[in-house]
Ligand binder design. Structure first.
Ligand code: AKG
Length: 292
């Protein structure tokens, strides 16, 4: 459980790093299953509904960039989403009724795993209120060298920056005046978790080390935060996303800044694809990417 000081820190700064949430045995199981998916990706040559590949991926040298929707791919990831320690912590921050609106495993394999350019998750999925956060489960020690998460403290209380380029959503901050001054790394030991508020500016550099940095990400929302873009079957989608507590049909409205992630991005399928062609890069140029 979080201490009152940790809760206050999260409210003010918009993030937390917490060690020793997953046991060494749980981490070992996550790694074992993940290694199997990397093996399976050898048979894949283009991005699909499950695998997102680094441009350098080959059958001989598999370079899996993201496993999509991991909780649907293997029970071990679903158990992590519902881990009692994680849910207890998240409940302290956004209340006991919780939905999950997304999950992913960003692998950032050794020697070159792709960066994620600066962005606010809120730009991708605005809701009626902003009691939304992402938990990152560190499957490896997460360091500056292997591309740990970087955050700009306190920015969850600030404006939503523009994430559009040439009139379409590009999934990264495009404001030419944006400078990530004061960025703070969330370094963790394997088994620790990061937490960041959906409006917090964050990103991460390429992996420049010989060690992988695999981060399993879960997006948790207060159940009374309703998506402003609810999809084609709003009630069915929403009720299916409830992981703790009861669904509600009365959303809580808060005075939050909103800009819809529309028109749709030129490249779709993952944040890496969305950010292709970004001119205002801070971590690396992905315009040479050949993945589809
Ligand atoms: O994997 C990372 O370092 C950042 C992940 C992230 O922000 C995202 O996938 O939205």
């Amino acid at each position: 459980m979080l201490t009152p000081a940790q809760i206050q820190f999260y409210r003010e700064q918009g993030y937390l790093g917490i060690e020793d949430v997953f046991s060494p045995g749980e981490v070992a199981e996550l790694r074992r299953v993940t290694d199997e998916f990397v093996e399976a990706s050898r048979a894949v040559t283009v991005n699909n509904a499950v695998f997102d590949l680094e441009p350098s991926h080959t059958p001989q040298q598999p370079r899996l960039r993201r496993l999509k929707d991991p909780i649907r791919q293997h029970e071990v990831y679903r158990r992590a989403l519902l881990h009692p320690k994680v849910l207890a912590i998240v409940s302290q921050l956004i209340g006991p009724a919780i939905t999950c609106n997304g999950n992913k495993l960003n692998l950032k394999l050794a020697d070159g795993g792709s960066p994620v350019e600066w962005h606010q998750d809120w730009a991708f999925y605005p809701h009626t209120n902003d009691d939304l956060l992402a938990v990152g489960v560190a499957m490896d020690d997460s360091t500056l060298e292997n591309g740990c998460l970087l955050v700009l403290p306190g920015t969850h209380r600030g404006p939503l920056l523009d994430h559009h380029q040439e009139g379409v959503f590009i999934g990264a901050v495009t404001d030419p005046a944006f400078r990530p001054d004061g960025a703070v790394p969330i370094t963790l030991k394997a088994g620790g978790i990061s937490i960041h508020h959906a409006r917090l500016l964050h990103g991460s550099a390429p992996n420049r080390s010989p060690h992988p940095r695999r981060l399993l990400l879960f997006q948790y929302c207060a159940a009374d935060a309703w998506p402003l873009l609810p999809g084609d079957k709003p009630w069915e989608n929403y009720t299916a996303s409830v992981i703790q507590g009861a669904p509600v049909s009365v959303p809580r409205l808060a005075p939050v800044p909103v800009r819809l992630p529309l028109p749709a991005p030129r490249f779709t399928g993952s944040i890496y694809e969305n950010q292709r062609g970004l001119k205002n890069v801070k971590f690396g140029d992905k315009s040479a990417s050949t993945s589809t």
